[in-house]
Design a protein around this ligand. Structure first.
Ligand code: IMP
Length: 186
């Protein structure tokens, strides 16, 4: 789904495809340098991180392992509930592993803060976060995030994995959405 859909429900393109691709390659290069000689496990949080995880993993010059988990955070609204529940857990044990938690977006940071506590309790050798987007103004908790793709304004965004009521995940760009103008049916 290309950016030609922007203009009706979608307000504007915030990050276009070449910019996404370029930044993801830079992140992959940093990760490859930092984890040289190590066995790295990418942990993706479904469903929003799927596109980012797939492209980041392919941009890595070395082999990485991948696993996914699913947690409930937003449901169908646009506000963080702060209530987090594991819907699908990881298949691979984290003990002794170098883990990179791959996240789509950090908004309040409540989901991530909960995830970090939960995954640390499994005794990985190391645990870092690689987030594609961060809403700096929205952060409600102090978090140490080593790898960030883009700091973005405090607006609701969709595309490249991110949804509004399950819509727009397959948009190839990151766009802002005005919930007042968007319907929940495609
Ligand atoms: P947090 O707990 O407020 O940091 O929210 C984290 C989760 O909320 C993300 O992993 C997304 O699934 C979702 N989310 C936060 N902001 C947005 C947005 O602007 N668009 C789409 N989903 C979002």
């Amino acid at each position: 789904m290309g950016p030609e859909h922007v203009g009706t429900e979608l307000a504007e393109v915030l990050i276009d495809e070449p910019t996404l691709t370029g930044r993801i390659q830079q992140l992959a290069n940093s990760l490859a340098a930092d984890y040289e000689g190590e066995r790295v496990l990418f942990v993706g949080v479904l469903k929003g991180a799927v596109m980012f995880m797939a492209d980041l993993a392919r941009a890595m010059p070395c082999s990485v392992e991948m696993d996914f988990m699913s947690v409930s955070s937003y449901g169908y609204g646009t506000q963080s509930s702060g209530v987090v529940r594991i819907m699908k857990d990881l298949d691979i044990p984290l003990e002794g592993r170098h883990v990179v938690l791959v996240e789509d977006i950090i908004d309040s940071g409540l989901t991530l803060s909960w995830l970090l506590r939960t995954l640390s309790a499994r005794h990985p050798a190391s645990l870092e976060v690689c987030a594609l987007l961060r809403k700096r103004e929205a952060l409600q908790v102090e978090l140490d995030i080593k790898y960030v793709g883009f700091d973005i304004p405090n607006a609701f965004v969709v595309g490249y994995g991110l949804d509004y009521a399950e819509r727009f995940r397959n948009l190839s760009v990151i766009a802002t959405l005005d919930p007042a103008n968007a319907t929940t049916a495609g």
